[in-house]
Design a protein around this ligand. Structure first.
Ligand code: 0PR
Length: 374
């Protein structure tokens, strides 16, 4: 740091220049995040100093968190679910597995999860010491139920299902997983980090949340399709005992225990999440998802017209185009046109996430650029 401070004007000019290096979302088809809704952005600003790590000091913001958990619980068919707002899907997944471990007696615990599970479960395994056993997928990229059954042994403490896989946007058969969990007396965690704000608003009904009896916990991220500010992740439990198993004593705080992984925690994101969920309501989110699905269909038909085909018919707003060497194309799309796309490896494809920051003009331009290179 300099001895003398720099003028506010100079600092802001410096920041504005550096921010130009960030990719504007209008060129991004690889992200599961987007511009926060304006109400979330402005409320975030109003609550910047609040800290959910010491809730006794911020009683108002704590009420907002309780309300958000209630709103998320209603969205997931369990208004009395308990939980908290985390920093995102990674923290929620870590905590869900940690809770399973804390409520089990096995000395060498393992969890069976789809091989499509997000890489946060690799971190989870490393941190918790719980072995992550990856079940293979069916051709439609949902987890293979026999493979899950075969991996269960006397040290298995739980299962994981994904409702909106990161790469392909596929939804595992949560009802089947629930039956296996109940038969074997296992916990079942559903990772709906992305899908949680999409699936309830799709035309087709999927049973994937607390509506399914065996589901014990759910990850759902407001900072993805919930249009809230970063960091806003959700972790909800059916039973209090799982959440309580995460609590530690906090001798010098305004409260006696804390269950979150982080200590100091953003109340701004809590307030922002409350604001956007209240403001949009079910109808507002339905419009957001309808728009994304409309753009998804537009992208798929445009891609097909240009000779491409999809790995699966998109279930949600993620499109994967079959490709022999997607990495090469990914590089050229960036270098020649400035597009950010991602790739999948198994099977190989060019992966496009159709977020609310896109529109049909952007998609048409992208498709023309793609066709010119392929
Ligand atoms: N679970 C699922 C199903 C996810 O898709 C993700 C993230 C997580 C958990 C972890 O969530 P956090 O990143 O909030 O901890 N999925 C995206 C990914 O890793 C996140 C992302 C967002 C990636 C924006 C890129 C990006 O620009 O691919």
């Amino acid at each position: 740091m300099n001895k003398n401070g720099v003028s506010e004007e100079d600092v802001l000019a410096d920041l504005a220049k550096i921010k130009l290096l960030d990719t504007p979302y209008e060129r991004v088809l690889s992200s599961m995040c987007t511009y926060p809704h304006p109400i979330a952005a402005s409320v975030h600003q109003d609550f910047l100093e609040t800290n959910m790590g010491d809730p006794g000091l911020f009683k108002g913001t704590t009420i907002l968190e309780e309300r958000v958990i209630n709103l998320l619980g209603k969205l997931l068919h369990k208004p009395d679910a308990c939980g908290y707002l985390s920093t995102g899907g990674t923290e929620s997944n870590i905590q869900a597995i940690r809770a399973m471990k804390n409520c089990s007696i096995s000395k060498k615990p393992n969890v069976v999860l789809p091989s499509s599970a997000h890489f946060s479960f690799e971190k989870t395994g490393n941190l918790t010491g719980v072995e992550m056993r990856r079940a293979r997928l069916d051709p439609d990229l949902r987890v293979n139920i026999d493979s899950v059954k075969n991996l269960i042994d006397e040290n298995t403490i739980g299962l994981v299902g994904i409702a909106g896989t990161t790469e392909f946007g596929q939804i595992d058969d949560i009802q089947q997983l629930s039956l296996i969990a109940e038969e074997n007396d296992l916990f079942l965690h559903v990772d709906a980090a992305f899908g949680g704000f999409v699936i309830p608003f799709l035309e087709k009904h999927y049973s994937y949340d607390f509506e399914v009896e065996g589901v014990s916990s759910i990850t759902i991220d407001p900072h993805k399709m919930g249009l809230s500010t970063i960091p806003s992740g959700g972790l909800l439990f059916r039973d209090k005992s799982l959440l309580e198993s995460l609590s530690v004593h906090t001798p010098y705080l305004t409260v006696k225990t804390q269950s979150s992984l982080t200590g100091t925690r953003s109340g701004a994101a809590v307030a922002a999440t409350y604001a956007v969920m209240m403001h949009l309501g079910m109808d507002g989110y339905k419009k957001v998802v309808d728009n994304c699905m409309d753009m998804t269909r537009y992208l798929v038909s445009g891609a097909k017209e240009r000779g491409f085909s999809t790995v699966i018919d998109p279930v949600m707003n993620i499109v994967c185009l079959k490709m022999d060497s997607p990495v090469e194309l990914q590089k050229r799309l960036l270098l020649e046109y400035g597009w950010r796309v991602s790739v999948t490896h198994n099977p190989q494809s060019l992966r496009l996430v159709v977020m609310p920051h896109l529109n049909k003009d952007i998609i048409s331009e992208f498709l023309d650029d793609l066709a010119s290179l392929a």
